[in-house]
Design a binder for this molecule. Structure first.
Ligand code: S3P
Length: 434
């Protein structure tokens, strides 16, 4: 798909108000918890992106019924009484689906389910979930620690486990498995990761106790009652427009009703430290999650050096768009410790370096560190870039195209549907015609 630059960096004529799509992480969890509740759950404002639909369709293959409406979905929960599925369930591109569902299914006695995904998903590491689940007694047959995986559900035992990789997907898989264990499970996460699973468990009344980086969860003594649940806007989707607004909005940009969970908004702190003018309005709590409006103004950015390992899980999905912001900051920016970026939907560290440099960005990696020289503007024309079928890389490439003047051919943008189906609509609402 060819994009013609809109020269937004020079024109600075962006302004307006948008709603971004709902949160992907929270929607996955809401679908899963509705399925294991007893009765009908109403999930308001769910994300119907490809990744989340893959979670929903996997649950449907195991006997879960649902009725989809535009603004809400009714899910008929069955406790843990899922039916086995003989055919391989394809979870597409979705790491959250495969890792969390593996944990959920591992503890359901006599359930047999095989899970796989697309060319990217079968290359992503599953050892990180298989190891702790096997310690709990789970039976998982994998392709040498990669998908496809067959899960043979069984009664599990509680464990004391220190997370080896700072991953919310791994933590959540263990928490879901722990609901069906014979005893309590204790998880220590040396570095805090997103806590949506803990929040939804608390919201539904599970016996879960979180103190700093220690989580204690007891097996479920009563089934979850169905409930109403609201999904806020996805702050990771908002991040593309936040950076666009900081770089190119004359009169500011507002993104409404976005999730503001503290374990997700580290990139706002990074941008503020770089000099970005960002404010929050209408903050409130709904369904155990903080939400609000984010307002950004055109700002002059200065470079930053991020060497604190503990912030990485909090900004991991926003590193590609943060690197776009750093390309226009005054000075040299560095983000250290990005090894996890290499095992996302693509090797994002390599993708940032190889593709963003085609736009004229001056950046390189030194091992797992990313180094970016800021500049006033980029010079590119008639370039061909690859997205590696990775939604976040594709969206950054479109933002970069809009900021400059030249023509850009991006090989695949369809992948954006995995997380942000309304991405192009948001661009249109801001008055940009593509
Ligand atoms: C997610 C956790 C993160 C994140 C992903 C969504 C989740 O992955 O990158 O987009 O919903 O739990 P890891 O757990 O692999 O860090």
């Amino acid at each position: 798909m060819i994009f013609s630059g809109k020269n937004l960096l020079l024109k600075q004529n962006l302004s307006g108000e948008i709603f971004v799509n709902s949160d992907k992480s929270i929607t996955h969890r809401a679908f899963m918890f509705a399925a294991i509740s007893e009765g009908v759950s109403y999930i308001k404002n769910p994300l119907y992106s490809e990744d989340c639909l893959n979670t929903l369709l996997a649950l449907a293959k195991l006997g879960i019924k649902f009725e989809k409406d535009k603004d809400f979905i009714k899910i008929y929960g069955k406790g843990f009484k899922f039916s086995s599925c003989d055919s391989l369930i394809d979870l597409g591109n979705s790491g959250t689906s495969i890792r969390l569902l593996t944990g959920l299914f591992a503890g359901i006695k006599d359930l047999k389910v095989s899970l796989s995904g697309d060319a990217s998903l079968v290359k992503r590491p599953m050892k990180r979930v298989i190891n702790p689940l096997e310690k709990m007694g789970a039976k998982i047959i994998s392709n040498n620690f990669y998908a496809p995986m067959t899960i043979l559900g069984d009664k599990l035992k509680g464990i004391n486990y220190t997370l080896e990789v700072a991953s919310a997907q791994v933590k959540s898989a263990i928490l879901l498995a722990a609901l069906n264990a014979n005893d309590e499970t204790n998880i220590l996460e040396p570095i805090k990761t997103r806590d949506h699973t803990e929040r939804i468990l608390k919201y539904l009344g599970a016996d879960i106790f979180v103190e700093n980086n220690n989580i204690k969860i007891y097996p479920l003594s009563h089934s979850f009652k169905s409930d109403e649940f609201f999904v806020p806007g996805d702050v990771s989707s908002a991040s593309f427009f936040i950076v666009l607004g900081i770089l190119a909005s004359k009169n500011g940009l507002k993104i409404k009703n976005v999730g503001l969970n503290k374990t997700r908004i580290g990139f706002l702190d990074v941008l503020r430290k770089m000099g970005a003018k960002i404010s929050l309005e209408n903050q409130k709590e709904i369904s155990g999650e903080e939400i609000g409006d984010i307002i950004v103004e055109k700002s002059i950015l200065k470079a930053i050096h991020i060497n604190d390992k503990s912030i990485i899980p909090n900004i991991i999905d926003e590193v590609p768009i943060l690197s776009v912001a750093m390309m226009f900051a005054d000075g040299e920016s560095v983000i250290e410790n990005l090894s996890e970026l290499r095992v996302k939907e693509s090797d994002r560290l390599s993708a940032i370096v190889s593709e963003f440099s085609k736009y004229g960005a001056v950046l390189h990696n030194d091992g797992d560190n990313l180094i970016i020289q800021g500049q006033e503007k980029l010079n590119f024309n008639d370039i061909k870039v690859k997205s590696f079928f990775d939604h976040r890389i594709a969206m950054c490439e479109i933002i970069l195209s809009l900021l400059g003047e030249g023509k850009v051919d991006i090989d695949n943008i369809d992948c954006i549907k995995t997380s942000f189906p309304d991405f192009f609509n948001c661009i249109k609402i801001l008055g940009i015609s593509l």
